[in-house]
Design a protein around this ligand. Sequence first.
Ligand code: KG4
Ligand code: ZN
Length: 333
Amino acid sequence: MKILGIESSCDETAASVVVDGRTVLSNEISTQIPIHTLYGGVVPEIASRKHVERITQVVDLALKKAETTAEELDAVAVTYGPGLVGPLLVGVSFAKAFAYAKNKPLIGINHISGHISANYIEAPELEPPFLCLVVSGGHTHLVRVTGYGEYEVLGRTVDDAAGEAFDKVARAIGLGYPGGPKIEKAARNGDPDSIEFPRAKVADHPYDFSFSGLKSAVLNYLNHEKMAGHEIIRDNVAASFQKAVVGALTDHVSMALEEFGEKRFALAGGVASNGALRESVRQECERHGVSFYCPAPILCTDNGAMIGAAGYYEYQKGVRSGLDLNAEPSLAL
Ligand code: KG4
Ligand code: ZN
């Protein structure tokens, strides 16, 4: 079963051909990061325009590299939410036109479900049920994957997403966009124990996350040090901040492993490329005797392969979208 997966919810125009939800024949990603870096973050209008310029080429290239043709595809899967409305509309409109023109079934995919499904690609033995922590620029969810495409959300962020916190702190210390990889790099040269930043807990909702307090603590620290005339050691701020985020995320993972007793745990989303987070969660899983899964960094970031993988399992369940499929910027998991 060959599925074309299309993703355009934020600043990556991506397309991929995936066989049976697990084997990736091609994975084309055209990133807009260099453009948005000029503005310190994603500018939605520019992102939409760039998706329009690139989507046809990206899909053509994905088909060519997969050595397949549109006619040989079994279905077209596309992200229809959550994300930025303009960028989502480009992918959805393209996929609808393509599916109509080539007479192929269309399947709308939830972007977060896509991130989780990226785990199926390199781990043929991974099957639900398992626990998953999804950490990206827009989302922080701890979920139980009860079946393919079926989720029970245990907790989510009540304010900033983990990736958003990385991006905001990076901006505050002058590292620029996107913050995650830059903070990780700076943190390698810093002392994670040099500054004590808080690991927030959400009262009465132990599985929820909160990162805005941590972000404010970093901003307060920076202001305080500047006022006192002290030199700010950027690498130390990056390392201490990263330690606090990784610590908070790992605490939640540990709690879920103890309570739910699942034998498998997976990471997903852009922040899952972070080496310190991967290592910390891997160790926590090892301590609990739980198998740990995490996609390669290229499958953690936004990509079409994860949409093709999720699309396969939706297809198997008989899910089909009509040509009235619309972008849903606030789609829930
Ligand atoms: O999943 P993704 O590509 O897009 C969304 O769906 O949001 O995630 C992007 C986010 C950004 O906030 C970026 O700073 C963060 O993932 N990120 C990282 C790393 N690489 C990307 N955060 C921490 N460490 C990294 N190495
Ligand atoms: Zn994403």
